[in-house]
Design a binder for this molecule. Structure first.
Ligand code: NAD
Length: 257
């Protein structure tokens, strides 16, 4: 599958799943646009490294996905967008009656609203190009819930709902919109939850991984960023041209329980 000649924009891609998906898309030939809210030398160096490794054009564009106008500016600045991967996301864990309002607002803005703004800006470009793929990185929490993750679960369910609507609005065009729902993937977002959980439950790192993080993941293995990249590439392939408005779980059986 060659994505040569296609431009892919991956939001929140200087780390974790976004970076992994960007690498796989570049390996498949796409010119990739990396993004986050920082503008450090190492952010641009990541893009340079991908360009060198794959021989594709790779760029880094700073834009804060918590701000609607910056989401739209990211797409405009990239100049074209054949593949849009809405991946930027954050987490905060707290009972709902103690959930900090600023954290709620940030999660809804970054994890859900950003996909509205980028999709709105990218669709006219896809229509002009006559081809487009929108891949929303939702979560198993877009299909099921866990306690203490009200904002995250609300945002991810929202993304799954928006995915269906965008698919219906583009159903008769050569554009698809789908959501990938990963279970646990060992990225900085998940790593950050381990030390507190170790303290909270008085457990070793191994016990936290097996008994807490992977408790609901029947495979007892993390999904990998490469697997999510591969799933994204599949959704960009001709074989997936009639797959739209749906979710693909990459969760080791979590949602089968
Ligand atoms: P991560 O923390 O490694 O990556 C998050 C990315 O989002 C980073 O590149 C970060 O810079 C970026 N980001 C954060 N705030 C931003 C902002 N305001 N503007 C632009 N970029 C911003 O986490 P990850 O695990 O790779 O998560 C990526 C996505 O996958 C998220 O949407 C997350 O909800 C989802 N997800 C992760 C898991 C998992 O187990 N890791 C499971 C299911 C879904």
């Amino acid at each position: 599958m060659s994505l040569s000649g296609k431009t892919a924009i991956i939001t929140g891609s200087n780390s974790g799943i976004g970076l992994g998906v960007a690498r796989e898309l570049a390996k498949a030939g796409a010119d990739v646009v990396l993004n986050s809210f920082t503008d450090r030398d190492e952010d641009h160096a990541l893009a340079a490294e991908i360009a060198k490794e794959t021989g594709t054009k790779a760029r880094y564009i700073k834009a804060d996905m918590s701000k609607g106008e910056e989401c739209r500016a990211l797409i405009e600045q990239a100049g074209s967008c054949d593949i849009l991967v809405n991946n930027a996301g954050i987490q905060h864990v707290s009972p709902i009656d103690q959930f900090p309002v600023d954290k709620w607002d940030a999660i809804i803005a970054i994890n859900m609203n950003s996909a509205f703004h980028t999709t709105a800006a990218a669709l006219p470009m896809m229509r002009k190009a006559g081809w487009g793929r929108i891949v929303n990185i939702a979560s198993a929490h877009g299909l099921t819930a866990s306690p203490f993750k009200a904002a995250y679960v609300a945002a991810k369910h929202g993304v799954v709902g928006m995915t269906k609507t965008v698919a219906l609005e583009t159903a008769q065009e050569p554009i698809t919109c789908n959501a990938i729902c990963p279970g646990y993937v060992l990225t900085p977002l998940v790593e950050a939850q381990i030390p507190n959980t170790m303290k909270e439950y008085n457990m070793s790192r191994e016990e936290v991984v097996k008994n807490v993080l992977l408790e609901r993941q029947p495979s007892k293995e993390f999904a990998t960023v490469e697997q999510l990249g591969g799933t994204t590439i599949f959704l960009c392939s001709d074989a997936a041209a009639q797959i739209t408005g749906t979710t693909i779980s990459v969760d080791g059986g979590w949602t089968a329980l």
